[in-house]
Ligand binder design. Sequence first.
Ligand code: SAM
Length: 319
Amino acid sequence: MLTDGCGREINYLRVSLTDKCNLRCKYCVPPEGVQRLDHADILTLEEVLRVISIMTSLGVNRVRFTGGEPLVRKNVISLIQKVSKLENAPRMGITTNGVLLDDYIEYLIFSNVRDINISLDTLDPEVYESLTGQDALSSVMRSIQACLVNEVNLKLNVVPIKGINEEDIVSLAALARDYKVAVRFIELMPVGCACSYEGLSNDEVRKKLNEVYGAETVCEVEGGGPATYVTYPGFVGRVGFISPMTHAFCSACNRVRLTCDGKLKLCLASPECLDVKSLIRSGASDAQIADEIKAAVLKKPAEHGLKFTDGRNMIGIGG
Ligand code: SAM
């Protein structure tokens, strides 16, 4: 078991597969774009598989692929299939913008990906295009339908931002009224270019939803994740709130992140990390890497300290 210096069990690894994305969400990618990593600096899929294998041997039992956009990484399915065949195969999930998902859904299900999160901040095609730079909402909606038809464990992640999509909160929550999905509102974190925007607090979102949909009923906590879930009269799905800014959940944090350039980040917002890529490329054995990971995890910060980010934008960290 991997345990940090605060006694928290670390069993969840988020793996960023690429710093490339097919969208340019304003709060994730700065207007001038981001400096692309050199191909040689990105972990190969063999290296990613090796890190996952070492981490699962240490007790990690959940892995989520993210990015950038994970589905733009070449041969992503072949990696996922290999992870599914590891001796200690973890439960797998993917966080995607959903634009390409419809093309991949059958392969993902076949490869045992059980949890699919789609990021969707608006149901208005014009707002979507203005926020993401792409006229791609219809592709995302097709992907959502494909997930529903295939009965995957689907969550839709929404980041409410003042002046951008605050008008969409009610209609997005309605997806949980009509479909068996969890619609989750995530507070905007002041990371990179997101600092130029003001997010809504989940207290504000919750108040609005209670006004429109009636009194919420709090659902049982499940899975140990950071979300609080509620439901409203007549809803078939649930609405979740992830509130890193107003209700920090660091004491229950169970995760570390592998960036696509091979840094094991101990906390989304802190610069603390282990350079796993250098270890791998300098010829370290699995046992040596495992020891370094165990030592690094002991230094995981007790709290997220979102006030001292390491300057990366979310696209570079892997949200
Ligand atoms: N491309 C994939 C996607 O769109 O889901 C994965 C990467 S994206 C960085 C992952 C998630 O991070 C998205 O749901 C996005 O809305 C969220 N995100 C990006 N910047 C954020 C910020 N500053 N605060 C909170 N969430 C953020």
